[in-house]
Design a protein around this ligand. Structure first.
Ligand code: ATP
Length: 554
């Protein structure tokens, strides 16, 4: 377990004289006066010596102390690299900010704030709330600033929600509890995050959270920085803009541009909603419309939203910030922690608990257990089976052979659809056509099919109305399987192309019932329901096209 980080007296690894291998080859093109501010920023801190610090001594550091690996991510004025400390072999994330870019984008204040907050959190490390990216050391060369940070091996939380559609109750409880535990600690230090969202919540190797991106934070009661905060807020008022991200921004930030710790509790309410429902509570086509919805508190919890989660969300998403659950708590957030949603949750040991496996939450269709697909089980298909969905495989599937819900067992209440004409042969016919025949078919499609404009000139192999589920919401779509291959989906009411399920050699289909089938892609599981009950036909067709395009093994 990590121990408390102590501030070293000598926070001096970041001085202007530091250099790196890049110095010699790259001209210093930022005027000295401009870089003063950034150099001061760098010099004001440096190594945060602690028992957990990756460097053996708190001396000067430079980029030569690290082996830089792949780019993990890019921000608007920074690039984050995976790096290895050559002294300890520890893996780290190093955020590299280009000074010219920082100055051009007027982000010096943002970077200072981020560093100050990360320092505060490292120095005030709390063993029962180790849920923050840790700043080990900062240094610079003439062109760049470097932040060495804990490497969050599992990336951002957002893709995990996107991938499964929405979290089940265990996951929502666990991850929101970790966020709450982190907020409690941050707020006790007088830090308001102001941009809390799943993109800023990273996951470490054990799948515990690490909150990051403190550039928009506000430090309360910091008299030495009070002026900065005031200036910044005045500037924000003048610009009529806001700090944060539209979907998670609290009403008080929109109206009087003021934030309190309760603004982060609002964001927590939005995140809990998102984990349960799969989308943010206030979503719309434009920022303006999102703001209107926020100010009118215009959100609904769809069918299937867990009642205790709804009660908690309703108590956090309250327009008047002082009326939010927890806002009046004197120390910590006992009133939130004692909400029935967290019944039995031991907040103090969260960091030692094994996080639940991320699974989707679909209680709105709880009579359809088949909708659940456990990502741990490689989506429920044993490895020792032949790929493909030929007659033999279908017989196996229907033969109750699998150690998981089978089509027969999970659809007791559903009657199978009438036997359809063999669509495999229909797809095969298309796939085996000569170029001339394909051209002819395409001409026919052009003049007869109203779906032709959406498929980028590709021949449609199969089409049909399906319900595409995202979290607790389902939308009717026209699904178009085409040569290419492509899987387009179109809003049939407004005749608008809504998107495309991305094909790759790893795309796989999973049939869960006569009506329900899943399409697995690396970043998302698509939950699709054929109201007419031809899920098997869809899977068969998609699998045939996949085989044709990519060969046998998915
Ligand atoms: P912006 O600066 O525009 O607000 P940002 O905050 O996402 O964007 P960075 O902090 O530079 O910018 O991060 C860029 C990307 O790198 C992020 O998408 C994040 O997923 C990834 N990243 C940042 N820090 C770490 C880390 N410590 N471990 C793993 N990945 C990280």
């Amino acid at each position: 377990m990590e121990k408390s980080a102590k501030s070293s007296g000598s926070l001096s690894c970041l001085r202007g004289e530091n250099s790196s291998s890049m110095d010699a080859s790259q001209p210093i093109s930022v005027p000295a006066s401009k870089t003063d501010e950034l150099s001061l920023l760098a010099a004001s801190s440096g190594n945060l010596s602690s028992s957990t610090s990756p460097q053996p001594t708190a001396g000067k550091r430079s980029s030569k102390d690290f082996i830089f690996g792949r780019v993990i991510g890019e921000g608007s004025f920074s690039t984050v690299y995976l790096a290895k400390d050559i002294h300890t072999s520890k893996e780290l994330a190093i955020k590299v900010c280009d000074k010219r870019h920082v100055i051009r984008e007027k982000k010096a204040e943002y970077i200072k704030r981020e560093k100050e907050v990360l320092n505060m959190l490292s120095v005030n490390f709390k063993a029962t709330a180790p849920f923050f990216v840790k700043l080990y050391c900062t240094f610079q060369d003439p062109d760049r600033l470097y932040f060495t940070l804990t490497y969050a091996k599992n990336g951002e939380l957002l893709p995990y929600i996107t991938r499964v559609g929405c979290f089940d109750i265990d996951c929502t409880r666990f991850y929101s509890a970790e966020i709450l535990q982190a907020l409690e600690h941050m707020h006790s230090l007088g830090i308001i995050h102001r941009d809390l969202k799943p993109e800023n919540i990273l996951l470490n190797e054990e799948m515990h959270i690490l909150i990051t991106d403190f550039g928009s934070s506000k430090i309360l009661n910091a008299t030495h920085r009070g002026q900065d905060v005031e200036n910044e807020e005045r500037a924000v008022r003048r610009r009529n803009s806001f700090v944060g991200t539209a979907q998670y921004v609290s009403p008080e930030l929109l109206t009087d541009k003021s934030a309190s710790p309760a603004s982060d509790l609002w964001a927590l309410g939005c995140i809990i909603y998102q984990m349960v429902a799969g989308v943010t509570p206030f979503h719309a086509g434009s920022e303006y419309m999102i703001f209107q919805k926020i100010l009118k508190l215009d959100y609904i919890c769809p069918d299937g939203f867990s009642p205790s989660a709804k009660d908690l969300v309703d108590k956090l998403l309250v327009l008047e910030s002082s009326n939010r659950l927890g806002a009046c708590d004197k120390e910590g957030y006992p009133s939130i922690k004692s909400h029935p949603f967290y019944q039995g949750m031991d907040f103090e040991t969260l960091h030692q608990q094994t996080p639940p496996v991320i699974s989707p939450y679909l209680p709105g269709t709880s009579s359809h257990e088949e909708l659940r697909s456990n990502s741990r089980r490689r989506c429920g298909i044993p490895d020792n089976l032949e790929p493909g969905l030929d007659d033999q495989q279908l017989t196996r599937l229907l033969g109750l052979d699998l150690k998981e819900p089978t089509i027969h067992s999970i659809t007791k209440t559903e009657s199978p659809p009438p036997v359809q004409e063999k669509s495999k042969s229909k797809i095969s016919i298309f796939l085996n056509m000569s170029d001339e025949e394909l051209k002819q078919k395409l001409e026919e499609q052009k003049s007869t099919s109203k779906w032709h404009p959406f498929v980028q000139g590709n021949l449609i192999l199969k089409q049909g109305l399906i319900d595409k589920r995202k979290g607790l919401f389902a939308r009717r779509r026209m699904l178009l399987l085409t040569m290419g291959p492509h899987l387009y989906y179109v809003d049939p009411n407004n005749m608008v192309l809504k998107g495309e399920i991305p094909w790759s050699s790893s795309l796989r289909v999973e049939v869960r019932s006569f009506k329900i089938f899943l399409v697995h892609t690396p970043n998302r599981v698509y939950y699709l329901e054929d109201p007419d009950g031809y899920a098997l036909e869809w899977c068969k067709a998609i699998e045939e096209v996949r085989k044709e395009a990519y060969g046998h093994e998915p």
